[in-house]
Design a protein around this ligand. Structure first.
Ligand code: HEC
Length: 152
């Protein structure tokens, strides 16, 4: 095998792995920052969309809420892989995201478990449970922002 075909073969074997990873490399730090901020914007929009239901302003459509929560759950996994080294100091993320990585990870874990509970509440079809779980998720967004996001 010549050098080129070795490269081609190893590239073909590796590329599916790279592509399957949500934390796949970004070409530039700015790309990572844009990615995580966009993910948060979508997450906030998809989450906030349930507010009228939770507030009782519209009838509770259990199937629609379930589908919405599934999207929120998917979106909730996206930002974290884009907080890599070299992306600090250029956005609304506080330096503590990196200097207190364990605390940031703990806030993320707390948020993720709140999302799991939101999903269970949506599955139950019980509006009171949904309301409580929605509030807990919102509190976990805020808890992380209070410590790790620069207020504008
Ligand atoms: C574990 C921490 C953490 C959790 C949980 C979290 N966020 Fe954030 N969020 C951040 C950080 C850090 C930033 C700043 C990102 C940046 O500027 O690079 C941010 C930024 C944002 C932004 C601004 C994006 C932009 O346009 O710059 C929005 C909107 C947002 N978050 C909404 C939410 C919502 C809604 C939730 C919960 C459903 C949530 N976040 C949960 C840490 C978190």
């Amino acid at each position: 095998m010549n050098k080129l075909s070795v490269l081609l073969v190893s590239g073909a074997l590796l590329s599916p792995l790279w592509m399957s990873s949500a934390s796949a490399q970004f070409a530039k730090p700015e790309d990572a920052i844009k990615y995580r901020q966009s993910a948060f914007v979508l997450l906030a929009s998809q989450f906030g969309r349930m507010q009228p239901t939770v507030k009782g302003q519209v009838p509770y459509d259990a199937a629609a809420i379930k589908a919405n929560v599934a999207l929120v759950q998917t979106l909730s996994t996206l930002p974290w892989g884009a907080f890599g080294a070299g992306t600090e100091g250029k956005s609304s993320a506080k330096p503590e995201v990196w200097s207190d990585a364990a605390g940031f990870k703990a806030a993320q874990t707390k948020f993720e478990s709140a999302i799991v509970k939101l999903s269970a509440a949506a599955d139950s079809g019980d509006l009171d449970k949904l309301r409580a779980a929605f509030g807990d998720v919102g509190a976990s967004c805020k808890a992380c922002h209070d410590s790790y996001r620069i207020k504008k």
